[in-house]
Design a protein around this ligand. Structure first.
Ligand SMILES: [Cu+2]
Length: 147
């Protein structure tokens, strides 16, 4: 019994130590209707923290931006169209198909606002991301490559 506790503690500390640190990146959005990058890299099982920051000045009432991450193989144009009509829910559609497609997202942001998206990819693949404010998908889209 006396040797049991140290073994358990050692095992716990080892597993804590083994947890990979999160991959932290920043993506800005602006009045030119652009993400600062269209390509991000991530790793299976490694937590990802994406800080989404609005660096523009156009008032939120006229225009805002979000960042919505979808599962690999999602119908991006369909999600964009459905979310674009969901003004009452911050441009996030709530139908079953859209809910299934969305992995994580930052809500609509106005000038000076920011949000940290935290998610851990469970499988490798190309995760599309987009802004779902109406008309923004054409310019505001990208891919997170998870290996
Ligand atoms: Cu936008």
């Amino acid at each position: 019994m006396k040797t049991f506790l140290p073994i358990v503690l050692t095992a716990m500390l080892t597993s804590l130590h083994a947890a990979p640190p999160p991959i932290k990146v920043e993506v800005t959005v602006n009045d030119q209707i652009r993400f600062s990058t269209k390509k991000l890299d991530a790793k299976v099982g490694v937590p990802m923290e994406i800080t989404v920051k609005h660096v523009g000045k156009i008032p939120k009432a006229s225009m805002s931006h979000n960042l919505v991450i979808l599962k690999p193989g999602s119908m991006v144009a369909m999600v964009s169209a459905k979310c674009g009509q969901a003004k009452d829910n911050n441009y996030i559609a709530t139908d079953a198909e859209t809910k299934t497609a969305i992995v994580a997202y930052a809500p609509q942001l106005g000038p000076g606002e920011m949000h940290v998206i935290k998610f851990t990819p469970k499988e490798a693949g190309e995760y599309p991301f987009l802004c779902t404010f109406p008309g923004h998908f054409g310019e505001m889209n990208g891919v997170i490559t998870v290996k």
